[in-house]
Design a protein around this ligand. Structure first.
Ligand SMILES: Cc1cc2nc3c(=O)[nH]c(=O)nc-3n(C[C@H](O)[C@H](O)[C@H](O)COP(=O)(O)O)c2cc1C
Ligand code: SF4
Ligand code: SF4
Length: 438
């Protein structure tokens, strides 16, 4: 069985799954329950000077019957006192010496940072995470994303922390920025030991069309909130890859954002993550999902003959390239398996109205087709005109039947030609420029 143990910049845990800083990591009681359920680490709900919270705090984006594909919150950092939080961290660490307990911190002045960093180490925390990401409330007071959006400020504050840190320091990055690597580089310059990303994304999930107040509401008003959950995973993966691929960053990564299944976890690791943090999926389904995450990831590694997470880490990072290096001569077309097709014609409409008008509807009798699963007798079925198909994938994405539309490679053996190859050849006079409208 593959070894799932994890070491992020010296912070060790029996597996890579950490509870992210947030409501599920608020108390010792929850940390005990998380570890009992199989989590490898807990990043404590951000500790700072005591603050208050509002009611209500959350709103969600649903999709059809799927609840909470995205979660929005206007919650601030811990509203429990630093004394209580540090005392409970010490208590949890004593009972779980081999699990990772990380103190997430957010304060203002250099003196406060020094004090809180020392208190975290004294409590026995294995590491510190600097919360530069909160996109609401705290940024209005010059903290959270107000720090994470300015590389120079993030660098200065991280260097204050490094002046006194005796345990590894992780800088948690905000996605509310054009280029996340700018702050990751600043963290590196300041001497941080690792980065974690992403924190939540600025959002409005919905507007009540009677009162015109967006959710969540607080006495008739609302506020911009932070968005997370499955809907943010693609944004998180993109930012994790950007940091992993940047040689000027070169820091271990704790990947966060929409992780719900072992597959999500494996993707984050393949894009360069060492540990993984989860918040929304725990808020939705509870700590018990740790079992599926651990079992699924372990079985996947076994199926690939990989003995540890190190063998998976980063395998996808260099599979992303600049568009200009992609092969323009590579060609795929959509092919329909009529034994699976249920005749819903979603692919036809998608291609007709949203793509390249190269699916025709033909009589199944004309095509000599019998009745497929769920197909209505004599109802026209879709037929792809392969010569006109540009291989965009849209029909296969909308088709509700797995593996019914297969994108099939038709370009065969050929000499690849990318946009950059083409430009170089034209510049050397080896090729005529293409006509502007072929
Ligand atoms: C209600 C709520 C409260 C959160 N509080 C914190 C916090 O105190 N500190 C922090 O660094 N991140 C906080 N986060 C952000 C999470 O740690 C995490 O970065 C984000 O939710 C993305 O992960 P997910 O998609 O698994 O939820 C909070 C998230 C939620 C939903
Ligand atoms: S791949 Fe795109 S162009 Fe080809 S049939 Fe499907 S939708 Fe149409
Ligand atoms: S979307 Fe899929 S199932 Fe529906 S008609 Fe097209 S190929 Fe058949």
């Amino acid at each position: 069985m593959a070894d799932l143990s994890c070491n992020l910049a010296g912070i060790k845990s029996p597996n890579p799954f950490w509870v992210a800083s947030g409501p599920p990591a608020n108390t010792a009681y929850q940390a005990h329950r998380a570890f009992e359920a199989g989590w490898g680490g807990v990043v404590w709900k951000t500790i700072g000077v005591p603050i208050v919270n509002v009611a209500s705090r959350y709103s969600a984006l649903n999709s059809g019957t799927e609840r909470m594909i995205g979660l929005n919150n206007i919650e601030l950092i811990s509203d429990r006192s630093p004394e209580t939080n540090f005392r409970e961290i010490a208590e949890v660490k004593k009972r779980w010496p081999h699990h990772a307990v990380i103190a997430s911190l957010m304060v203002e002045s250099r003196e406060q940072w020094h004090e809180f960093v020392k208190r975290a180490a004294d409590a026995g925390a294995d590491g510190i995470e600097l919360n530069y990401g909160c996109p609401h409330g705290m940024c209005e007071r010059g903290m959270g994303s107000a720090v994470g959006q300015q590389p120079a400020v993030a660098e200065r504050i991280t260097s204050w922390v490094m002046e006194v840190a005796t345990i590894p320091v992780i800088v948690k990055l905000t996605p509310n920025i054009t280029d996340v690597t700018a702050v990751a580089r600043a963290a590196k310059r300041a001497g941080a030991n690792a980065i974690s990303l992403i924190n939540t994304i600025n959002s409005i999930t919905n507007v009540n069309l009677d009162t015109f107040v967006p959710e969540p509401t607080v006495a008739g008003l609302s506020s911009h909130g932070g968005y997370c959950g499955p809907a943010v995973k693609p944004i998180a993966l993109n930012m994790v890859q950007a940091c992993a691929a940047d040689p000027e960053v070169g820091l271990p990564i704790s990947g966060i954002g929409g992780i719900t299944t072992w597959r999500d976890a494996a993707e984050f690791i393949a894009l360069g993550s060492t540990s993984l943090q989860v918040c929304t999926a725990i808020m939705h389904y509870g700590f018990r999902i740790a079992e599926d995450l651990n079992d699924g990831l372990s079985a996947y590694l076994d199926s690939k003959g990989m003995k540890s997470l190190d063998e998976l880490r980063g395998l996808a990072v260099n599979k992303l390239n600049k568009w200009e290096n992609l092969d323009l001569k590579f060609q795929r077309v959509a092919r329909i398996d009529y034994d699976k097709c249920i005749g819903c014609n979603l692919c036809y409409i998608a291609c007709e109205d949203g793509a390249h008008q190269c699916i025709d509807l033909k009589s199944p009798d004309e095509l000599g087709l019998g009745l497929g699963p769920g197909r209505v007798p004599h109802k026209p079925v879709p037929v792809v005109r392969e010569d006109d198909c540009v291989g965009c994938n849209l029909c296969s994405l909308v088709c509700p039947v797995d593996n019914c539309i297969t994108m099939t490679v038709t370009s065969g053996d050929h000499e690849p030609m990318s946009w950059s190859n083409y430009q170089a050849k034209v510049a050397r006079g080896e090729m005529q420029p293409m006509p502007p409208h072929p």
